[in-house]
Write a new protein. Structure first.
Length: 345
């Protein structure tokens, strides 16, 4: 059965007075969003790691632990953890601690991240961007069997029969690799026998079919089992298509233009926004509209999980809460009914 989750980057939101909220309030609101997601029947909540003023969360595991203490069923993880600028052992320890607090509900999605602020902040050389991730992922994968680890690399001190504490109580720590569209990253995930979460943040989801096919071929060639494939894409749910567009557009544009100014993109036009809704990777509209689009993508790519990134720039907390409730209570049941072929997707 397809799992349906939500992701947030803890974007700094607009308060009731129109001013931006303090990041501390954003974090408190995020905990309430997580509690509601659990109550609404959502399968997973992912919280992203960033080190910039427009996102409030730099330590997802702490926020997730607060949510874990107030929930009972929702799985909790990162979206993503920037492994390249962290220490694999500390990442494992933080998530195994989260797993203990949540009674086995922790997951970690490892990635390189689409922002690079953490590299100079923690003293890492961006010229080693690829090498850092490859070596640290190799070490992290060696920790997952939870046996004493002997390991050697080039960028970090070696380990000799090291025992990592605390261990996960039952089984392995659930671990995914976040992939933005690199064939090499897909093959690397198969090599380490880890599932893939594709970040599809623009364009037709069908363009990722070659990557899902590559994943299957690589599993066969390396004689590895096929793990679930997931997709992370932005979206918003409201009572009607029109309401969803009008609620989301001004805040999505602020976020998109802020990042675009840093990367040399032109300002976003409304026509581009509409194009992403109709033919791209923006899952936005009424519950039925969003459910149909998710079901189509899940069938197209053979997904085991779909995570909708519901935060968008200064989109207010109240709008996110309404969207979370609709996603859990209306979108998820519709998607499952469509995939069971009782309704056309």
């Amino acid at each position: 059965m397809l799992e349906l989750g939500l992701d947030t980057f803890g974007d700094v939101t607009q308060g009731p007075d129109g001013a931006l909220q303090h990041p501390a309030q954003v974090i408190r609101d995020l905990v309430e969003q997580g509690v509601l997601a659990d109550q609404a029947g959502i399968d997973f909540l992912g919280v992203g790691e960033h080190h910039r003023s427009d996102f409030a969360v730099s330590a997802p595991e702490v926020v997730l632990a607060a949510i874990a203490a107030r929930t009972s069923r929702i799985r909790l993880g990162s979206a993503v953890t920037v492994l390249s600028s962290d220490d694999p052992i500390r990442v494992f320890q933080r998530f195994s601690t989260l797993d203990a607090i949540s009674k086995g509900r922790a997951e970690v999605i490892l990635g390189r991240g689409s922002f690079t602020e953490s590299f100079p902040l923690f003293g890492f050389d961006l010229q080693q961007y690829e090498a850092l991730f490859e070596e640290k992922l190799d070490l992290f994968a060696a920790l997952l069997p939870q046996q004493p680890v002997t390991w050697r690399g080039n960028l970090r001190p070696a380990l000799e029969n090291a025992s990592i504490q605390p261990p996960v109580q039952d089984g392995k720590l659930a671990t995914w690799i976040g992939v933005g569209g690199s064939p090499k990253s897909v093959v690397r995930a198969v090599h380490h026998d880890l599932p893939v979460m594709f970040a599809i943040i623009g364009g037709d989801p069908a363009r990722f079919q070659p990557f899902t096919e590559l994943y299957g071929r690589a599993c066969d060639q390396m004689e590895k089992p096929r793990r679930p494939l997931g997709v992370h894409s932005p979206g918003h749910v409201a009572a009607t298509d029109a309401q969803a567009r009008e609620e989301f557009w001004p805040h999505y544009r602020v976020m998109r233009d802020r990042i675009g100014a840093e990367r040399g993109w032109p300002p976003m036009q409304r026509a581009e926004f509409e194009q992403e809704i109709e033919h791209g990777s923006l899952y936005l509209g009424s519950p039925e509209t969003v459910a149909r689009k998710i079901a189509r993508t899940a069938k197209l790519l053979g997904l085991g999980r779909f995570d909708m990134k519901y935060s968008a720039g200064p989109l207010p907390h109240a709008a996110s809460m309404r969207g979370i409730a609709l996603y859990g209570r209306q979108v998820i049941p519709m998607v499952r009914e469509m995939l069971a072929e009782r309704l056309p997707a």
